[in-house]
Design a binder for this molecule. Structure first.
Ligand SMILES: Cc1cc2nc3c(=O)[nH]c(=O)nc-3n(C[C@H](O)[C@H](O)[C@H](O)COP(=O)(O)OP(=O)(O)OC[C@H]3O[C@@H](n4cnc5c(N)ncnc54)[C@H](O)[C@@H]3O)c2cc1C
Length: 440
């Protein structure tokens, strides 16, 4: 099947749907093609699990201006929430340590004043020693380049102990802290601070996927689900999108929102893809796997310990309470720990995780049941949870986020200039749509 459109948008995540809505409003004939049979991409709500937990983006900052405006327009409710617990039960070096005992625990091998900091606060607190950016866009300039050095080495130079660096890397989505650019931390802090003092967090009522679903429902354009793109060819007059079912779609322009991790195996040709080749090939994506556990009762409310667990144990990682009714936990394993758990059959993975949680927190004994294992890197449409800047990659990304394609444009949270996450996805979709509209 071949058809001719003004613009093909690849991906029905937030960036693609927002781009499609802006193009449609500008009068373009648009078609959205999505590989999954579901709308939303990494805004992904697991509606078949108790409590409808999110597997993807959750927190909405008060500086998410596009998201908040779109949600209001479409009648999608936001509600307060998304805050991480401020205290956690520590399971470090095999020892379970209550918050109050942490500073004097033998498991605490931090040095000097660091010993007072909880492991989960280390990254934020020590990160402030790296320096700061004047605003959210400054990372793209020379002001950002100076922070593009290995994160571990930057922390060490700022006085962090080896144990602090080990604990910060324990729950990072990449294997080697020195392969990660310190610019990620400084850039996140700038975006976080742009929300201003006293900023609050919200979540999307009913789950994050409700927003892209409402955006899709409001589109007049056709959305073709279950259409896996296998090739993109841009020529002087058109863009051809090849699909796994053997058909092609032709358009005058295309916007591709596929995360670079999932885009790498796809055949790309043409000048706009050539210009992005280096960054598409190199931008790393963090790994994360989750175990969703139901509990026969919310034991965390009556064992006198914090609800959340923070651990350097590869089978515990971070354990978040999702709710008391239904009583649900989410175990978040990162980087190599996520890869290791992915290699086990799900039932064995769940049993190993539950056994380790029970050993660390006896009140959990006999009360947990695996509902689902979930791996972002195993999803061929994502191949990772979110991107990060590798050390030394500043020139690649700073160039990519300001590039303009000829007939093929790239979008997605990885190409946001000022914001990140859910808001970054919308920002990038807006930019790509603006470029495409100018060429209609
Ligand atoms: C676990 C997790 C937690 C997060 N937490 C937060 C948070 O708290 N706050 C926040 O702001 N952000 C958070 N994020 C990030 C946020 O979810 C993403 O930034 C945002 O959803 C990305 O939107 P996008 O449109 O750029 O990409 P995606 O949503 O990934 O959209 C890309 C689309 O392309 C499709 N696709 C891929 N390959 C193909 C192909 N070959 N053919 C056709 N279609 C294809 C995909 O199926 C997908 O629908 C989190 C993400 C994850 C995974």
């Amino acid at each position: 099947m071949r058809s001719t459109e003004d613009v093909i948008v690849i991906g029905a995540g937030l960036s693609g749907l927002y781009a499609a809505s802006l193009l449609e409003a500008a009068g373009a004939k648009v078609v959205v093609v999505e590989g999954a049979r579901r709308i939303g991409g990494r805004a992904h709500t697991l509606d078949d699990l108790p409590g409808h937990p999110d597997a993807g983006g959750i927190q909405v900052g008060s500086n998410y201006t596009r998201l908040i405006t779109i949600a209001q327009r479409l009648g999608v409710a936001l509600k307060p929430g998304g805050e991480f617990d401020r205290s956690a039960l520590h399971v470090v070096r095999g020892e379970t340590v209550a918050e109050a005992d942490w500073p004097t625990s033998p498991a605490n091998q931090l040095v000097g004043r660091e010993r007072q900091l909880s492991p989960m606060a280390l990254g934020l607190v020590l990160g402030t020693r790296l320096g700061s950016l004047p605003d959210t866009a400054a990372w793209m300039t020379e002001a950002g380049r100076q922070f593009d050095i290995p994160y571990g080495a930057a922390l060490k130079a700022a006085g962090a102990s080896d144990e602090a660096i080990r604990l910060i890397s324990a729950n990072m989505g990449s294997g080697d802290i020195n392969a990660v650019s310190a610019l990620n931390s400084v850039r996140s802090a700038a975006f976080f601070q742009s929300a201003g003092p006293g900023a609050t967090l919200s979540v999307i009522d009913g789950g994050s996927q409700r927003l892209p679903e409402a955006m899709a429902a409001a589109l007049k354009s056709e959305i073709r689900l279950g259409q896996l793109v296998t090739g993109i060819d841009e020529s002087a007059k058109q863009v051809r999108i090849d699909l796994a079912n053997g058909s092609s779609i032709i358009a005058r322009q295309a916007i591709c929102t596929i995360p670079f991790s999932a885009l790498r195996p796809i055949g790309l040709s043409g000048p706009s893809a050539d210009a992005m080749e280096g960054v598409i090939a190199a931008l790393p994506y963090a790994h994360a796997s989750f175990a969703y556990l139901s509990a026969s009762e919310p034991f965390w409310n009556h064992d006198g310990l914090p609800r959340m667990i923070w651990s350097d144990d590869p089978l515990i990682g971070r354990v978040f309470v999702l709710g008391d009714d239904p009583a649900m936990l989410k175990v978040w394993l990162s980087g190599p720990d996520a890869d290791a758990i992915d290699r086990l059959p799900p039932a064995d993975a769940g049993a190993a995780i539950i056994a380790r949680i029970e050993a660390a927190r006896p009140s959990a004994k006999g009360k947990l049941r695996l509902e689902r294992m979930f791996s972002w890197q195993r999803d061929p449409l994502a191949r990772g949870v979110f991107y990060y800047l590798g050390a030394g990659q500043w020139p690649l990304l700073a160039r990519a986020v300001t590039a303009a394609g000829q007939r093929l444009h790239f979008a997605g949270d990885h190409l946001a200039q000022r914001s990140s996450g859910l808001e970054g996805a919308l920002e990038s979709g807006e930019r790509a749509a603006t470029i495409a509209i100018a060429k209609l």
